[in-house]
Design a protein around this ligand. Structure first.
Ligand code: ZN
Ligand code: ZN
Length: 425
């Protein structure tokens, strides 16, 4: 055991917060006997299996930070930390609650298992919790602080929510909701005075509104934030807490509502928060809040779960089905057409079976192909909500049915109980 070997270990430890893995010690040309002797001489202190601390380190009480460093080194013990930081994409990044704690956004929770995002599940023996990132890891999502890669606050918050939704044991826990509310408040508060404040709020709303409705009670979360901004319980009860809107509206609507509330609460508001809340969530039929309204431009009707009223829902599905193929769409051919698409030029539609263009693909035409309309729809992926009919014919028919008064028409189709009763003899 030469002094040279000890010096090499000391120098390597100095570049890694005083820590070294057994694989790294081997890379320095020391064998197991050398390591054992250094341990026995008190030069190396075992922290976990395969991980040592150099005796020169004075801070010895474990903290979230020191635990995070140990866990990160052990995710790839046979590579130097500084070489890992030079990789084109990070191999492992501290994330979720651990990252939020290291950023000072959530209070130091004491002893927590470090959470690390990794692209691949390597063989790994440490106490860290490995989370699969939703997208591939990249350096733009991470911040290297004193040699340790830590997810930026917004990706870290996304990881908290993703981990909770992957883990179904505790759906929509109040604890997670208040944790997320606190983290959102800190992130938005920090960004409020900076020029990128609006972008940050948009990103936070994207993260909270995306998959979170399953695990975070978004209405309660917004209520918590509004309470802190001084909104009274009365107003909350009439707006954000009314009608369980967060379960009823589509994800993009949730995202817009969250962004609007955060903007009003954290950036210099041009309109007061209670006005914004009423505008978004009111259930007054004369002044229906935006979250409840049909997404079709100017339609005052109340939306169903789809985000549209029943009338515009049909139009919207048709728009999607007849939209021309765009770059990047996956094109799966189906007969003469494209699977799931009604090829409509306005006057005629394409028959997937024979390639002819017709104003209306009707039962008689399909009988020639030995098919019913239902079979045709299944074969070519066309929704039952979309008529096999050209745009102008569709408009004409829709207009006719409105002119005739659709409620009456429906009443004819669905006889009431009184009408169904057999006539007396
Ligand atoms: Zn509508
Ligand atoms: Zn045909």
């Amino acid at each position: 055991m030469t002094e040279d070997k000890q010096r090499r270990v000391a120098a390597a430890c100095a570049r890694q917060w005083g820590l070294i893995t057994s694989a790294q010690i081997e890379m320095l040309g020391l064998n197991r006997q050398d390591t054992k002797r250094m341990r026995e001489a008190g030069l190396l202190i075992t922290l976990q299996r395969g991980l040592y601390r150099h005796h020169s380190v004075t801070e010895t009480v474990p903290t979230v930070l020191s635990d995070a460093r140990c866990a990160w080194l052990l995710t790839r013990p046979a590579m130097w930390g500084e070489d890992r930081l030079a990789l084109p994409a990070p191999d492992a990044v501290l994330t979720a609650t651990t990252a939020l704690t290291l950023h000072g956004i959530t209070p130091d929770a004491g002893v927590v298992v470090p959470e690390i995002a990794m692209n691949t599940q390597r063989s790994y023996r440490s106490t860290a919790r490995i989370l699969a990132p939703p997208d591939r890891l990249d350096w733009a999502q991470a911040q290297v602080i004193d040699g340790l890669p830590i997810a930026r606050p917004i990706p870290a918050l996304a990881a908290v929510i993703a981990a909770a939704s992957a883990d179904h044991r505790n759906p929509r826990s109040a604890e997670l909701t208040s944790f997320v509310a606190a983290a959102v408040a800190r992130i938005c508060d920090d960004a409020a005075d900076r020029p990128e404040g609006d972008a940050v709020i948009g990103q936070v709303a994207g993260v909270v509104g995306r998959r979170s409705t399953q695990v975070v009670d978004v209405a309660q979360m917004l209520a918590t934030l509004c309470r802190e901004a001084g909104v009274s319980e009365d107003i909350l009860a009439q707006t954000v807490l009314v009608g369980r809107w967060n379960l009823a509206v589509p994800v993009d609507r949730t995202r817009q509502a969250v962004a609007a509330v955060l903007a009003a609460a954290f950036t210099a508001p041009s309109v007061s928060l209670p006005v914004v809340l009423a505008d978004l969530f009111s259930v007054d039929p004369h002044q229906l809040g935006q979250v409840w309204r049909c997404a079709h431009r100017g339609c005052p009707d109340r939306a169903t779960g789809s985000g549209y009223c029943s009338r515009h829902r049909v139009l919207e599905v048709r728009d999607r089905t007849t939209r021309p193929v765009a770059d990047g769409d996956e094109i799966a051919r189906s007969g003469f057409g494209i699977y799931g698409r009604l090829d409509d030029d306005g006057h005629t539609v394409l028959c997937h079976e024979c390639g002819r263009r017709l104003r209306h693909i009707n039962a008689r035409h399909l009988a020639g192909h030995d098919m019913t309309a239902a079979e045709y729809r299944v074969a070519h992926g066309i929704s039952p909500r979309v008529g096999l009919i050209s745009g102008d014919s569709h408009r004409r028919r829709a207009q006719n049915s409105f002119d005739q008064g659709r409620p009456d028409l429906l009443r004819h189709l669905r006889p009431t109980a009184a009408q169904r009763r057999p006539p007396p003899d």
